[in-house]
Design a binder for this molecule. Structure first.
Ligand SMILES: N[C@@H](CCC(=O)N[C@@H](CS)C(=O)NCC(=O)O)C(=O)O
Length: 346
C-alpha cells in the first residue's frame, strides 16, 4: 500500500513538474506584440471609469486596467481605454476588440458560461437600487406600483427590475434606452419617475450628473439584487485569466499586508515578512524567490508594478469610490468584516 502510494506521489510530482513552467498564452503574446493593453471601460461613470477633458481616465475600473498593464507590459501607462456601452461590452470582448473588460460588469452564471467569458474577481460588491425625485414623495420601492422607470439596455438591471415588480405584484412602464447619457437625460427631464441601476451607479450619478448637486433627488432604501462587479476575459486562455485574476488579488493582498503605492519599492528591498517577500518577489533568507512570477508567465516583480501602478485596494477605493459617499461596507477586507479576500499568493 505504502509502496504504491509512494509511486503515485512520484508520478504526480513528475506531472506537476512538467506543467509548472508557465506557457505563453495567445492573449499575453498579442498584448506584448501590440505593446498596449486594450481595456474595455465605461463610457463615463465617475468613480469607476471616466475620462477628463485631457483624455486621462480615472476610477477603480481604470486603475485595474493600469495594474494589469503594469503586470503584463511593465508599464501602467500602456493602456488603450475603449469606452463601451452596456450593450456593446461583451461582444467587444468576444470579438477580440479588447483584451479585458473592466467596466462595472456583474458576474452572473450565464455571462460566465454561455457568453464564453470568465469573470476573474470581484472588485466591488454592489446591489441594485432606485432613485426618485424628492418631489415624488416616495419613501420605499414598494410604493412604485405603476411608475415609469428609466433603465439601460443590456444590463442585469433590466432583468432584476422585471423580477422585482413581478415578485411584488406591481406594474411598471419601462423606458429602455441604450446610451447612458440619454437614460440620464430622460430621467432628469422628467420622462421617467424612477431611475434604476447599481447603487454605485446611483451614487455616481447623484454626485456627478444630477442637476443642483443632486439635492432634488434621493435613493430609496431597498437593495433588490446582488451585483458583484469585476473584470472579465475570454474563455480559453487560462494564462491570461490568471494574469488578470492575480493582478487584482495582488492589490487586495497588498492592503492586507500593509503594502502601499508609496512603500512598495522599499518593502520589496527590505521586508523580512515571508508573505510580503513572496508577493513582491523578494529573495528570502536562503536567496529563493517565491516563483509566483514564473508561474504566471511574467517576471518576479509583477506585483510590485501592479501596486505601484495604482496603490493597494484601499488606496484605489479611497481615491475613487469614497468620494461618491460610499463607505467600504461589504467591500472591506475579510479581516475587517468584509468580503475582500485574496487566496494565498504563494
Ligand atoms: N452591473 C450591471 C449594470 C452595468 C451598467 O452598464 N450600468 C449602467 C448604468 S450605471 C452604465 O454603467 N452605463 C454607462 C455606459 O453605458 O457606459 C451589469 O453588469 O449589467
Amino acid at each position: 500500500m505504502f509502496r504504491s502510494g509512494a509511486i503515485w506521489a512520484v508520478a504526480a510530482l513528475a506531472v506537476v513538474g512538467s506543467v509548472s513552467a508557465a506557457y505563453a498564452g495567445p492573449t499575453l503574446d498579442a498584448v506584448k506584440k501590440a505593446d498596449v493593453l486594450k481595456c474595455g471601460v465605461n463610457t463615463g461613470l465617475g468613480g469607476f471609469s471616466i475620462a477628463d477633458s485631457t483624455g486621462k481616465w480615472t476610477g477603480l475600473d481604470a486603475d485595474v486596467c493600469r495594474a494589469i498593464a503594469a503586470v503584463a507590459l511593465g508599464d501602467a501607462n500602456k493602456v488603450k481605454f475603449v469606452p463601451l456601452s452596456a450593450q456593446q461590452r461583451f461582444t467587444a470582448l468576444q470579438n477580440g476588440e479588447i483584451d479585458v473588460l473592466s467596466r462595472n460588469s456583474t458576474w452572473t452564471l450565464q455571462r460566465d458560461t454561455k457568453l464564453g467569458l470568465n469573470f476573474t474577481n470581484v472588485t466591488f460588491y454592489d446591489g441594485q437600487g432606485f432613485m426618485v425625485p424628492k418631489k415624488l414623495n416616495v419613501k420605499s420601492a414598494k410604493e412604485l406600483n405603476g411608475a415609469t422607470i428609466c433603465v439601460q439596455t443590456g444590463t442585469t438591471t433590466e432583468l432584476n427590475l422585471a423580477d422585482y415588480f413581478r415578485a411584488n405584484s406591481m406594474q411598471f412602464k419601462p423606458v429602455v434606452i441604450e446610451q447612458q447619457q440619454e437614460v440620464l437625460g430622460a430621467f432628469f427631464a422628467g420622462r421617467c419617475d424612477v431611475y434604476t441601476t447599481d447603487r454605485s451607479g446611483l451614487a455616481s450619478t447623484l454626485k456627478n450628473d444630477a442637476p443642483n448637486g443632486g439635492a432634488d433627488y434621493m435613493v430609496l432604501p431597498e437593495i433588490i439584487s446582488k451585483e458583484p462587479l469585476g473584470p472579465a476575459v475570454r474563455q480559453g486562455d487560462e494564462q491570461w485569466t490568471d494574469i488578470v485574476k492575480y493582478s487584482v488579488y495582488a492589490l487586495i493582498q497588498a492592503e492586507e499586508s500593509g503594502i502601499t503605492q508609496a512603500n512598495v519599492e522599499d518593502l520589496a528591498k527590505t521586508s523580512k515578512d515571508p508573505a510580503v517577500q513572496g508577493l513582491l518577489g523578494t529573495p528570502n533568507a536562503e536567496g529563493k524567490t517565491s516563483g509566483n512570477g514564473e508561474a504566471l508567465g511574467v517576471d518576479e516583480a509583477w506585483a510590485v508594478r501592479a501596486i505601484k501602478a495604482a496603490g493597494n485596494y484601499s488606496e484605489i477605493y479611497d481615491r475613487n469610490i469614497k468620494p461618491l459617499g460610499l463607505e467600504r461596507g461589504i467591500n472591506a477586507l475579510w479581516s475587517q468584516g468584509g468580503l475582500m479576500y485574496s487566496p494565498p499568493l504563494r
